[in-house]
Design a protein around this ligand. Structure first.
Ligand code: IDP
Ligand code: MG
Length: 138
């Protein structure tokens, strides 16, 4: 099914110079990059994006991490891109993420109160619609 997903290269990925590698993986899979923007995250954007995590004990750790430097946000499209991108990212915890996935190849174990895992991707069609609206207003 042809669809769109929202993706992000988090501050650790940008700081470590992995933007090209991450975008290259999307392009290698023949997904189309529809929109792309580098930016600093505001508190407002972060709380909207992670609305389901705001009450968690580790949210302040995430906030410090996610606002520690610029992120690259984008929209990718293609058949089943939402699930495919989640598969390409690997599971949330880098300790468990399989080699071959972005998190499994580039991320380390949790440090400083936040799991720093290089990338984000929408987890469902509803999340994709919501996140594209939050970040790109469309
Ligand atoms: P996801 O990024 O794989 O979709 P979510 O559960 O949606 O995982 O969590 C969003 C982000 O919050 C994670 O990618 C990670 O950076 C951070 N995070 C999630 N759970 C924890 C935790 O238990 N401790 C610290 N950070 C966490
Ligand atoms: Mg998530």
């Amino acid at each position: 099914m042809q669809e769109q997903t929202f993706f992000m290269i988090k501050p650790d990925g940008v700081k470590r110079g992995l933007v090209g590698k991450v975008l290259g993986r999307l392009e290698n899979r023949d997904f189309r990059i529809e929109d792309l923007q580098m930016r600093m995250i505001t508190r407002e954007l972060l709380e909207a994006h992670y609305a389901d995590l705001v009450d968690k004990s580790f949210f302040e750790g995430i906030a410090t991490f996610m606002m520690s430097g610029p992120v690259v946000t984008g929209i990718a499209s293609g058949p089943d891109v939402i699930k495919s991108w989640r598969t390409m990212m690997g599971v949330t915890d880098p300790v468990l993420a399989l080699p071959g996935t972005i998190r499994g190849d580039f991320a380390r174990a949790q440090e400083n109160g936040a799991i720093q895992n290089i990338v984000h991707g929408s987890d469902s069609p509803e999340s994709a619609r919501r996140e594209i609206q939050i970040w790109f207003g469309k």
